[in-house]
Design a binder for this molecule. Structure first.
Ligand SMILES: *Cc1c(COP(=O)(O)O)cnc(C)c1O
Length: 364
């Protein structure tokens, strides 16, 4: 069957080079070969995240570490900052872990504001907060640097940040931000197969975790630290993923991180321009648009002069040309649609997408 190229916001298209690395012959995870592999990529991961902390590899999708962060770090109460499907879900996950939790809800399409968080933290009720940097369901980026500034006022609150669909596409300087956990699954902006999560923790987070009871084993951050210090993982990792990650990091540093960030911004701008040229407006509030995907408003936000089309039909007409775009997530399915430009996409590959969209629009 002919492969339909993925332009949904995850999983995204995986290159042949990455797949070849993924299919490397198996090695033992306690042997020198694996330790050498992890030790080789550790400084690259640290450089990618601008951190001196060790970067961990979890064989799980992002939710494993998102849940793990709650289990490792929350003893009092967690503030779950919510502005879309993934960030809203984190509140549910916190309570399912048996923790005290409170949601701070922003309307979908709006970012999380530092002022709103500050008001909540000032109550003194919280020892942790969760934030999604790039809310993939709405294509909205929250101002991470402004929010991280709050750490100075509330040093005892642990800041847990999901950068699933932004890590590798924008600079994320973990140590300078002063946050406590930063994580990303690899099937989004890394353009790798799903099943691996990359994350790091502050000293404060590790210290806190070591005092928390019932944090389990598989996602125990203290175990990750102990093992990473020996270039190992607590349990048998998906070794294919680690080979794929090594290959991907090689690509990233060959391109140059600055060039990679510039490429993503430029592709996002082109996609936004495509939407504007066709009479659409965007779903996120102006100034907070994601740089890895474009969430087009298709009537979800009333007002404005935005156009609305039959999204299911548009999606099908594009799919008939071999490209899959997303028809909107959760409660904004059909009233938004999303086009991903994350991972390995270039001007040339995105031009093919705009061409397919143009031709679909003519047939609507
Ligand atoms: C995709 C996504 C997740 C969930 O990832 P899984 O791979 O399903 O665990 C979490 N957060 C964000 C921002 C995402 O885009």
């Amino acid at each position: 069957m002919k492969h339909v190229k993925l332009h949904i916001p995850g999983p995204v298209e995986v290159s042949d080079k990455t797949f070849r690395a993924f299919c490397s012959p198996m090695i033992g995870h306690r042997g020198q070969g694996f330790k050498d592999l992890y030790a080789k990529i550790q400084p690259q991961l640290q450089s990618l995240l601008s951190t001196r902390q060790l970067v961990y590899l979890s064989t799980s999708s992002a939710w494993g570490v998102m849940e793990g962060a709650i289990r490792n770090l929350v003893t009092k109460k967690v503030l779950n900052c919510m502005c879309g499907a993934f960030s809203d879900k984190w509140l549910d996950v916190s309570t399912r872990c048996g923790k005290q939790a409170e949601g701070l809800q922003a309307p979908w399409g709006s970012p999380i504001r530092a002022e709103a968080i500050e008001k909540k933290l000032a109550t003194g009720a919280f020892d942790a907060l969760t934030l999604i940097h790039n809310e993939t369901s709405t294509g909205t980026m929250s101002p991470l640097a402004e929010i991280a500034e709050l750490k100075k006022k509330f040093p005892d609150v642990l800041f847990i940040v999901d950068a699933v669909s932004s890590m590798t596409a924008v600079p994320l300087d973990f140590d300078a931000l002063g946050i406590d956990v930063l994580l990303a699954g690899t099937q989004k902006a890394f353009a790798m197969p799903p099943g691996l999560t990359v994350f790091t923790c502050s000293e404060a987070a590790l210290k806190k975790a070591s005092t928390v009871k019932d944090r389990g084993y598989y996602f125990d951050f203290v175990e990750f630290q102990k093992n990473a210090a020996e270039s190992m993982t607590p349990s048998t990792p998906s070794i294919g993923h680690v080979y794929a990650l090594a290959s991907k990091l090689e690509d990233m540093f060959a391109e140059g991180l600055a060039a990679r960030y510039a490429r993503h911004l430029s592709l996002a701008r082109k996609t936004r321009a495509w939407a504007a040229n066709h009479g659409f407006n965007l779903f996120p509030d102006a100034g907070y648009e994601s740089v890895t995907l474009t969430c087009v408003n298709n009537g979800a936000k009333p007002g404005g002069r935005g156009r609305a089309v039959d999204v299911a039909k548009l999606q099908k007409l594009v799919k008939d040309q071999g490209i899959l775009i997303d028809g909107g997530y959760g409660k904004i399915k059909g009233t938004t649609f999303r086009i991903s430009s994350m991972g390995d996409e270039t001007e040339a590959t995105m031009d093919v997408v705009y061409g397919a969209l143009d031709s679909a629009m003519k047939q609507l």
